[in-house]
Design a protein around this ligand. Structure first.
Ligand code: S3P
Length: 183
Protein backbone atom coordinates (compact mmCIF):
# COMPACT_ATOMS: atom_id res chain seq x y z
CA UNK A 1 0.00 0.00 0.00
CA UNK A 2 1.20 3.52 -0.84
CA UNK A 3 2.20 5.51 2.21
CA UNK A 4 1.21 9.17 2.39
CA UNK A 5 4.17 11.52 2.73
CA UNK A 6 4.95 12.59 6.31
CA UNK A 7 3.43 15.93 7.33
CA UNK A 8 6.04 18.21 8.88
CA UNK A 9 5.04 18.96 12.47
CA UNK A 10 5.12 22.72 11.97
CA UNK A 11 3.12 22.71 8.75
CA UNK A 12 0.29 25.27 8.98
CA UNK A 13 -3.04 23.51 9.48
CA UNK A 14 -4.97 24.25 6.33
CA UNK A 15 -8.66 24.59 6.92
CA UNK A 16 -10.70 22.33 4.65
CA UNK A 17 -14.18 23.64 5.41
CA UNK A 18 -14.86 21.48 8.45
CA UNK A 19 -16.40 23.10 11.56
CA UNK A 20 -13.93 25.34 13.41
CA UNK A 21 -14.17 24.71 17.15
CA UNK A 22 -12.78 27.18 19.67
CA UNK A 23 -11.51 25.64 22.91
CA UNK A 24 -9.83 27.07 25.99
CA UNK A 25 -10.48 28.14 29.55
CA UNK A 26 -13.29 30.36 30.77
CA UNK A 27 -12.59 33.98 29.87
CA UNK A 28 -10.46 33.18 26.82
CA UNK A 29 -12.97 34.98 24.57
CA UNK A 30 -14.24 31.92 22.68
CA UNK A 31 -17.74 33.33 22.11
CA UNK A 32 -16.74 36.89 21.16
CA UNK A 33 -13.84 35.81 18.98
CA UNK A 34 -15.90 32.97 17.49
CA UNK A 35 -18.72 35.29 16.48
CA UNK A 36 -16.30 37.68 14.77
CA UNK A 37 -14.38 34.86 13.13
CA UNK A 38 -17.64 33.49 11.71
CA UNK A 39 -18.54 36.93 10.33
CA UNK A 40 -15.14 37.24 8.67
CA UNK A 41 -15.52 33.80 7.08
CA UNK A 42 -19.19 34.33 6.17
CA UNK A 43 -20.17 31.28 8.24
CA UNK A 44 -22.83 30.58 10.87
CA UNK A 45 -21.75 30.89 14.49
CA UNK A 46 -22.99 28.58 17.24
CA UNK A 47 -22.31 28.91 20.95
CA UNK A 48 -22.40 25.37 22.37
CA UNK A 49 -23.29 26.62 25.88
CA UNK A 50 -26.28 28.50 24.46
CA UNK A 51 -27.31 25.40 22.48
CA UNK A 52 -27.15 23.34 25.70
CA UNK A 53 -29.30 25.90 27.52
CA UNK A 54 -31.83 25.85 24.67
CA UNK A 55 -31.93 22.04 24.61
CA UNK A 56 -32.37 21.86 28.39
CA UNK A 57 -34.71 24.83 28.64
CA UNK A 58 -32.71 26.22 31.54
CA UNK A 59 -29.49 28.09 32.28
CA UNK A 60 -26.16 26.32 32.79
CA UNK A 61 -26.13 27.53 36.38
CA UNK A 62 -29.53 25.88 36.92
CA UNK A 63 -28.44 22.63 35.22
CA UNK A 64 -25.41 22.42 37.56
CA UNK A 65 -27.51 23.25 40.59
CA UNK A 66 -30.42 20.92 39.89
CA UNK A 67 -28.74 17.98 38.17
CA UNK A 68 -25.01 18.30 38.83
CA UNK A 69 -21.92 18.63 36.68
CA UNK A 70 -21.91 15.03 35.33
CA UNK A 71 -25.38 15.57 33.86
CA UNK A 72 -24.25 18.84 32.26
CA UNK A 73 -21.18 17.13 30.75
CA UNK A 74 -23.34 14.45 29.21
CA UNK A 75 -25.65 17.03 27.64
CA UNK A 76 -22.62 19.01 26.47
CA UNK A 77 -21.19 15.92 24.76
CA UNK A 78 -24.47 15.20 22.97
CA UNK A 79 -25.06 18.79 21.86
CA UNK A 80 -21.52 19.18 20.47
CA UNK A 81 -21.83 15.86 18.62
CA UNK A 82 -25.02 17.21 17.03
CA UNK A 83 -23.36 20.52 16.10
CA UNK A 84 -20.39 18.83 14.39
CA UNK A 85 -22.34 17.77 11.33
CA UNK A 86 -19.77 18.26 8.59
CA UNK A 87 -21.04 21.72 7.70
CA UNK A 88 -18.70 24.69 7.77
CA UNK A 89 -19.40 26.84 10.83
CA UNK A 90 -17.69 28.28 13.87
CA UNK A 91 -18.50 26.70 17.25
CA UNK A 92 -17.51 28.19 20.62
CA UNK A 93 -17.38 25.51 23.31
CA UNK A 94 -17.52 25.79 27.10
CA UNK A 95 -14.14 25.45 28.79
CA UNK A 96 -14.70 21.84 29.88
CA UNK A 97 -15.94 20.43 26.58
CA UNK A 98 -12.53 19.53 25.13
CA UNK A 99 -11.59 17.83 28.41
CA UNK A 100 -14.20 15.13 27.85
CA UNK A 101 -12.45 12.24 26.05
CA UNK A 102 -15.32 11.50 23.64
CA UNK A 103 -15.93 15.16 22.78
CA UNK A 104 -12.22 15.82 22.26
CA UNK A 105 -11.84 12.76 20.01
CA UNK A 106 -14.80 13.90 17.89
CA UNK A 107 -13.52 17.47 17.59
CA UNK A 108 -10.02 16.28 16.69
CA UNK A 109 -11.29 13.95 13.99
CA UNK A 110 -14.19 15.91 12.44
CA UNK A 111 -13.42 19.57 13.14
CA UNK A 112 -10.52 22.00 13.35
CA UNK A 113 -9.78 22.82 16.99
CA UNK A 114 -8.35 26.22 17.84
CA UNK A 115 -7.03 26.82 21.37
CA UNK A 116 -7.43 30.37 22.60
CA UNK A 117 -4.66 30.53 25.15
CA UNK A 118 -4.21 33.26 27.74
CA UNK A 119 -2.42 33.50 31.10
CA UNK A 120 -4.65 32.65 34.07
CA UNK A 121 -4.14 36.14 35.53
CA UNK A 122 -5.72 37.67 32.40
CA UNK A 123 -8.55 35.13 32.41
CA UNK A 124 -9.27 35.74 36.11
CA UNK A 125 -9.62 39.49 35.44
CA UNK A 126 -12.00 38.84 32.56
CA UNK A 127 -14.26 36.34 34.35
CA UNK A 128 -14.69 38.67 37.33
CA UNK A 129 -17.01 40.71 35.11
CA UNK A 130 -19.63 37.93 34.97
CA UNK A 131 -20.81 35.81 37.88
CA UNK A 132 -22.97 33.22 36.09
CA UNK A 133 -20.32 30.47 35.89
CA UNK A 134 -21.09 27.71 38.40
CA UNK A 135 -17.46 26.58 38.74
CA UNK A 136 -16.46 30.06 39.90
CA UNK A 137 -19.31 30.81 42.24
CA UNK A 138 -18.08 31.92 45.68
CA UNK A 139 -14.50 30.99 44.83
CA UNK A 140 -11.38 32.93 43.93
CA UNK A 141 -11.28 32.75 40.11
CA UNK A 142 -7.49 32.87 40.01
CA UNK A 143 -7.21 29.79 42.24
CA UNK A 144 -9.87 27.89 40.26
CA UNK A 145 -8.39 28.84 36.90
CA UNK A 146 -4.87 27.87 38.00
CA UNK A 147 -6.11 24.43 39.05
CA UNK A 148 -8.09 24.01 35.83
CA UNK A 149 -5.15 25.17 33.68
CA UNK A 150 -2.87 22.56 35.28
CA UNK A 151 -5.26 19.80 34.27
CA UNK A 152 -6.62 21.19 31.02
CA UNK A 153 -3.77 22.99 29.26
CA UNK A 154 -2.03 19.73 28.27
CA UNK A 155 -5.33 18.68 26.65
CA UNK A 156 -6.00 22.03 24.95
CA UNK A 157 -2.44 21.72 23.60
CA UNK A 158 -3.66 18.80 21.46
CA UNK A 159 -5.56 21.32 19.30
CA UNK A 160 -3.71 21.75 15.98
CA UNK A 161 -4.00 25.55 16.22
CA UNK A 162 -2.97 27.58 19.27
CA UNK A 163 -3.51 31.32 19.30
CA UNK A 164 -2.56 33.56 22.22
CA UNK A 165 -5.46 35.69 23.39
CA UNK A 166 -3.82 37.61 26.21
CA UNK A 167 -4.08 41.39 25.95
CA UNK A 168 -4.71 41.58 22.23
CA UNK A 169 -8.00 43.09 21.10
CA UNK A 170 -10.40 40.42 19.84
CA UNK A 171 -10.03 41.51 16.23
CA UNK A 172 -6.31 40.81 16.24
CA UNK A 173 -7.01 37.37 17.73
CA UNK A 174 -9.39 36.78 14.83
CA UNK A 175 -6.68 37.83 12.37
CA UNK A 176 -4.21 35.47 14.06
CA UNK A 177 -6.65 32.58 13.66
CA UNK A 178 -7.28 33.40 10.00
CA UNK A 179 -3.56 33.44 9.36
CA UNK A 180 -3.02 30.18 11.27
CA UNK A 181 -5.68 28.37 9.24
CA UNK A 182 -4.34 29.64 5.94
CA UNK A 183 -7.02 32.27 5.18
C1 S3P B 1 -17.14 25.55 32.04
C2 S3P B 1 -17.13 26.67 31.24
C3 S3P B 1 -18.33 27.42 30.89
C4 S3P B 1 -19.57 26.52 30.94
C5 S3P B 1 -19.65 25.84 32.27
C6 S3P B 1 -18.42 24.99 32.59
C7 S3P B 1 -15.86 24.85 32.35
O1 S3P B 1 -18.19 27.97 29.57
O2 S3P B 1 -19.54 25.56 29.92
O3 S3P B 1 -19.84 26.84 33.24
O4 S3P B 1 -15.90 23.70 32.78
O5 S3P B 1 -14.79 25.45 32.12
P1 S3P B 1 -17.17 29.18 29.20
O6 S3P B 1 -15.81 28.58 28.98
O7 S3P B 1 -17.74 29.74 27.95
O8 S3P B 1 -17.22 30.13 30.35
Amino acid sequence: MMQSPPIPHDAPPVWRGQPIVLVGLMGAGKSTVGRRLATRLGLPFVDADTAIEEAAGMSIADIFERFGEAYFRDGERRVIARLIDGRAKVIATGGGAFVNDATRALILSDALAVWLDAPVEVLAERVRRRDTRPLLRDRDPLVVLRDLAAVRNPLYALAPVRVPSAHAPHDSTVRAILEAIGR
